[in-house]
Design a binder for this molecule. Structure first.
Ligand code: ARG
Length: 294
């Protein structure tokens, strides 16, 4: 029996929307009633934690830091695979202060025996963690987004560090600025994705590697509701409130969807996936093999 997935979350005590680094962020709306928005964010966080627990995850919750509100999105902090963490380099100065705090936390996790190695992406490129570099357990490869936040070269850096293949995918829309808001590999081998977020060449690369029956197209509405930004554990999906149509399409494929009201975090441009970072992923094909056997 494999052990339960371990997810890192950041307590939202210091969350706010105080700057704009993506088109979803409107500090003016947050400033109208910060106390009410923060209270809603805390409720939303508790609901997310409960849904992830119910989906079968163990949670590791770290503290945030005042003045670094986007630490609530630990998916951007590192790429983690095979007990190795590669700490991010953020493009925007507003988030660069997070790097040191996350590095310290990953070193503490190493001290607790949860990781074996902690390194950082070289200063020659930007790379925004698992938000822009997603492990595809079915195909045993990374998919790496670039063009908005991470740089193209980052795919090669991640590939070299982990000794795995990484396919670079160019993101062309500022609204879908991280790969995890428009691309989500599922446990059964399907990929839920939003095609308009990608360049023509990147769409061709996806369609070259993934069989047509495994591609599930999200609509503009699904993407704007951050439903592609979902956490998948076996046949469970945890995501922001979705349309009944999407829930039904996923149910046809055998997935149970747990919906959480994540509006306070969507005000910052994030959903369920980027609010968590999976710490226990292994590159072995065990997951895929289990599915075939079952
Ligand atoms: N406000 C954050 C930013 O713009 C949101 C990050 C959401 N993370 C994600 N992986 N999509 O960086």
């Amino acid at each position: 029996m494999p052990s339960k997935p371990l997810l890192l979350l950041t307590d939202p005590a210091h969350f706010e929307v105080s700057y704009t680094i993506n088109p979803w962020m409107q500090p003016g709306i947050w400033a109208e009633d910060p106390a009410a928005h923060l209270a809603a964010a805390r409720r939303s966080f508790r609901a997310l934690a409960a849904a992830l627990g119910a989906a079968g995850a163990r949670l590791e919750i770290m503290s945030g830091v005042a003045g670094l509100p986007d630490m609530v999105f630990p998916a951007n902090a590192a790429v983690v695979l095979d007990r190795m963490a590669l700490v991010a380099r953020f493009r925007h100065p507003e988030r660069q202060g997070e790097e040191g705090h996350f590095r310290d936390h990953f070193r503490a996790l190493m001290g607790r025996g949860l990781l074996d190695e902690v390194a950082q992406v070289p200063p020659t490129c930007f790379q925004e963690g698992a938000g822009d570099c997603i492990w595809d357990a079915t195909r045993g490869r990374f998919w790496a987004g670039y063009g908005q936040r991470s740089t193209r070269q980052a795919a090669a850096e991640v590939a070299a560090f982990f000794g795995q293949e990484a396919t670079a995918l160019e993101l062309v829309s500022p609204r879908f600025y991280h790969l995890d808001v428009c691309f989500c590999p599922l446990s059964g081998g399907e990929i839920l994705y939003y095609p308009p977020a990608f360049s023509a060449a990147s769409l061709a690369a996806i369609r070259d590697i993934v069989a047509p029956e495994d591609l599930i197209e999200a609509t503009e509405e699904d993407a704007a509701r951050f439903n592609v930004n979902a956490v998948n554990i076996d046949d469970r999906l945890v995501m922001a409130s979705a349309s009944p149509r999407l829930v039904a399409r996923l149910a046809e494929r055998g997935y149970h969807v747990a919906e959480v009201d994540l509006l306070p975090f969507m005000m910052s441009g994030g959903g369920a996936y980027c609010m968590s970072l999976r710490l226990d992923r292994r590159s072995t094909a065990a997951g895929a093999l289990r599915r075939v056997a079952g």
